[in-house]
Design a binder for this molecule. Structure first.
Ligand code: AHR
Length: 522
């Protein structure tokens, strides 16, 4: 009841302000009203999660080089990547797939590395992997990153026994064959595992199942995913991709099915011209830029559609939406293995990251986890590596700038912005979200999608006044500006001074194709 009244007050404040501004003929074309004194739901830090699959050089080469490598490493994990990832505060890391997960047999990845069975990665390039990166190595990585483990179990080619034994091996402290095995492999104490997924894309690479069939299989597997000691698993059921609402309906409608998971995953990739020729990551024109923005914004519609179904069956919002694969998917870089999904990353990808993270923030009431695809060297990665070299992508910088939203409370905003038009299609020019953290600092993250035009946003901040305003901006000269191994600092965040703040009115002058984060301190 109290929450309802608060919501009504906030709504009245926002509409009242907008109406007043209109009566005074002073409504700005681009206006962002922020109500700073009525915090909403907490933005789960896990919305800022990442995804590491056995795919191309994501794990082998990108993260794992082995203890004998000349590349500086800690327990076989490259130091440069480790330090860079700690900077962006990775909250959780999903592993080992993706499609790979439903072919992975975890027992092949434990014990002395030289004795491990190999595996042919049937989905990604058909290469043979030596399994030197397995459960212990992954859990070490999460410890070094100080993040939560998100493990994706094998439904497609696995069994309930194999999956339940993995959870036992990882998290049990009782005396049992699995804990004995773990101790023999050098790990005495159980680990903590927060997220555990019951299969991946089981409508496709995870077994080509129907929704009804998967729902039954998921119920069976989930029954044997035990909470050992004080470890509480957040079980993630495989959900649909894109607009497949029928799958969500099937998983949500039945209480017995619904009761078997805490989160429901969805996947959505922005693919400019469909699954045929997907366009180059770096050589593109404005049509492709515009289409990318349009497809990115579609994420909001997709989430609203799945949320509406979840709200019907779970109005208390006890189940989370887990967007555990998202991002841009382009053609691989010329000359690279088509099965390795290695793509460059430009200012366009930075906009993509900002648009998605703003959308996820705004749905903080339902979205509890999200994972960019993928962390290193695959699809829209935050890091690219080549031998001992490493480069931070524009997407990396957006994650660094947006980390201030992690565990902050969402603020209510009302955003009106001019259209960015291309041909006969249009999208809003500005994307934004705002939050207030535990110290009372407000952070506003904005993106100007228009690559040709600077935009001024008038931003009345209602309810509080602030003594100090600072900002950071990420922008570039060209749409396709990017960081390479030869020139790693082309797209870098800079101090932002393009704003004024007077009598509660913040005015932000955003360069074309830019991402801006503003901090207001009391
Ligand atoms: O991220 C690449 C692949 O995309 C994943 O393995 C799969 O889940 C999705 O189709």
């Amino acid at each position: 009841m109290k929450k309802k009244i608060t919501n009504i007050i906030v709504l009245l404040l926002i509409t009242g302000f907008s109406a007043l501004a209109q009566n005074n003929n002073s409504v700005a074309v681009n206006q962002l009203v922020i109500v700073a004194n009525h915090p909403g739901p907490v933005i789960s830090k896990d919305i800022y999660g990442h995804f590491s699959e056995h795919l191309g050089t994501c794990i082998y080469g990108g993260i794992w080089v082995g203890t004998d490598s000349k590349i500086p490493n800690t327990y076989g994990i490259r130091n440069d990547v480790l330090f860079a990832l700690r900077e962006i505060k990775v909250p959780n890391l999903r592993w080992p797939g993706g499609c790979f997960a439903d072919t992975y047999h975890w027992k092949d990845g434990i014990g002395p590395q030289s004795k491990r069975a190999s595996i042919v990665n049937i989905h990604w390039g058909g290469i043979t992997e030596d399994n030197s990166f397995g459960t212990h190595e992954f859990m070490k990585l999460t410890e070094l990153l100080d993040c939560d483990a998100y493990i994706n179990g094998n439904v497609g080619t696995g069994s309930p026994q194999e999956m339940s034994e993995w959870v036992e091996y990882l998290t049990s402290d009782s005396e049992s064959p699995m804990t004995k095995l773990r101790k023999e492999n050098g790990r005495e104490a159980p680990w903590k595992v927060k997220y555990f997924a019951i299969g991946n894309e089981n409508w496709g690479c995870g077994g080509n199942m129907t929704d009804e069939y998967y729902a039954n299989v998921m119920r069976q597997f989930s029954t044997y995913l035990t909470n050992y000691g004080d470890n509480r698993l957040y079980r993630v059921a495989c959900g649909p991709s894109d607009f497949n609402y029928a799958w969500t309906e099937t998983l949500m409608k039945d209480g017995g099915t619904r009761g078997r998971f805490q989160g429901l995953s969805i996947h959505y990739y922005s693919i400019v011209d469909g699954w045929g020729y997907k366009g180059s990551a770096t050589k593109f024109d404005e049509r492709e830029w515009f289409e990318t923005m349009r497809m990115n914004l579609q994420m909001d519609d997709i989430i609203r559609g799945h949320k509406a179904i979840m709200d019907r069956y779970d109005p208390q919002k006890t189940k989370g939406l887990v967007v555990d694969e998202w991002g841009n998917w382009f053609q691989v870089e010329p000359g690279t293995n088509p099965g390795f999904l290695y793509q460059q990353n430009t200012m366009r990808d930075a906009l993509t990251a900002a648009i998605h993270l703003n959308i996820f923030n705004k749905h903080a009431d339902r979205i509890k986890v999200a994972n960019l695809a993928q962390i290193v060297n695959v699809l829209q990665s935050v890091i690219l590596t080549k031998d001992d070299k490493m480069v931070l992508t524009p997407t990396y910088h957006v994650f660094r700038m947006f980390r201030v939203h992690q565990e902050a409370s969402l603020l209510n905003i009302d955003l009106r912005s001019e259209d960015y038009t291309f041909g006969n299609k249009k999208v809003p020019s500005v994307s934004a979200s705002a939050s207030v953290d535990k110290d009372g600092k407000v952070h506003i993250s904005l993106a100007n999608l228009n690559p040709n035009k600077a935009i001024t946003v008038s931003c009345p901040v209602i309810g509080e006044t602030y003594k100090k305003v600072t900002g950071e901006v990420l922008t570039s000269t060209e749409m396709n500006s990017h960081n390479s191994f030869e020139t790693p600092e082309v797209v870098l965040p800079a101090n932002f001074t393009g704003f004024t703040y007077k009598d509660g009115m913040l005015t932000i002058n955003m360069p074309s194709k830019s991402v801006v984060v503003i901090e207001l301190t009391k």
